[in-house]
Design a protein around this ligand. Sequence first.
Ligand code: HSE
Length: 441
Amino acid sequence: MRQVNIGMIGGGTVGSGVYHAWECNGDLMSSRLGVKINFQKVAVKAFDEPRPYAIPRALMTLDWQSVVNDPAVQVIIELVGGTTIAKTMVLAALKLGKPVITANKALLSAHGEELFAVAKQYNANLYYEASVAGGIPIIKTMRESFVGNRFTHIYGIVNGTCNYILTRMKLEGADFADMLADAQRLGYAEAEPSLDIDGFDAEHKIGILASLAHGFWVKPKDIYVEGIRHISKLDMQFAAQLGYTIKLLGIVKKPAVAKPKAKNGSRVQVSVYPTLVPNAHVLASVNHVFNAVFIRGDVVGDTLFYGRGAGKDATASAVLSDVADAALDLKHGSKSRVPPFVPHEMAGAVLPIGETVSRYYVRFSVVDKPGVLAKISAILAASKIGISSLIQPEGHQGESVPLILMIHDAPNAAMTKALAKIAKLPVVKSPPVMIRVESFE
Ligand code: HSE
């Protein structure tokens, strides 16, 4: 049986998870693939760094270059993270014509366009199943199984930490800060929690899915991002009263109404923000650290993918799937499957957030006296923004009371402008809270 030799850079939590999964199931993989997978070398930060599973000392080195440059190593797995040294490593391997497997969403988000161009130039594939939604096989599914579809809508719960925090806030009526502390204690949040809770980790992932779906590399600066810091338990409760659950959604969709196009290309909304999801929609019941990606294809219709978005074992499953693809490509002497990323919509562009249209939940804090609602609705009406429902709960104490409006579809720019005017009214006591509502139509 033909053997393929793997060199891995990174032997910490995820790296040792990959090694362990291969130890458990490597023989099974070989019998399925007709190729023997062999781990040849593993570059680590320190021989004794903490790792959940052991890696044989004889395989380890501190010198990543000796792994990339070893003529016996045919496939490189990069599990270092970050966008600096990881980029050097990936480029070095690709330039030797070696296929590279990475779990590094930040690297792809920032430099995907360049890395895929280099991969093409050197006739080497760059695989990235583990970069989005951990163990959910979403990249391969989009690339291969949905090759006959146009992607009209993608909705992703792709950050487990935010989903964990929001789920517990909803189920337990808990505060954001306490739930963040729990997520950190349990090791869910990134070392720098801002990456999770301010939406940047989800931005990296949804940008990768948008690029794959629409055939042009979506730059992070073009993605509108809002995190979950400002979500309060009060909003969770009002959303629940209205029949909604708040989720951090990555959204990729084409606007329903055709707007002027970028030259010959289409314009696509690519964004990350907290969203009111109707409780009847399946994404409302994706709870705790689980991820889910909902995809609507023009041929297939609605589909849903659910699973663990992080963790050593789920990530290892995705990396091994890429190892199998790389091994088969080497076995057959050709890049026989749909390539990992093919630019095909060079004039595509991201729709600016101001031009996107959605429904909204808005919570005002207002003085409780006659005429307040009339003042607010007059400003909305002047901007052609319609109210679809309203709650003003009774029994609130103090000088201000909450007033919650649900707003019909409105352009984001008009809504933001109207809210800025309303915020200046003397009867409005604190900045309005605006959360978008998704109806999945
Ligand atoms: N910190 C990420 C999350 C996992 O919470 O989903 C790695 O992408």
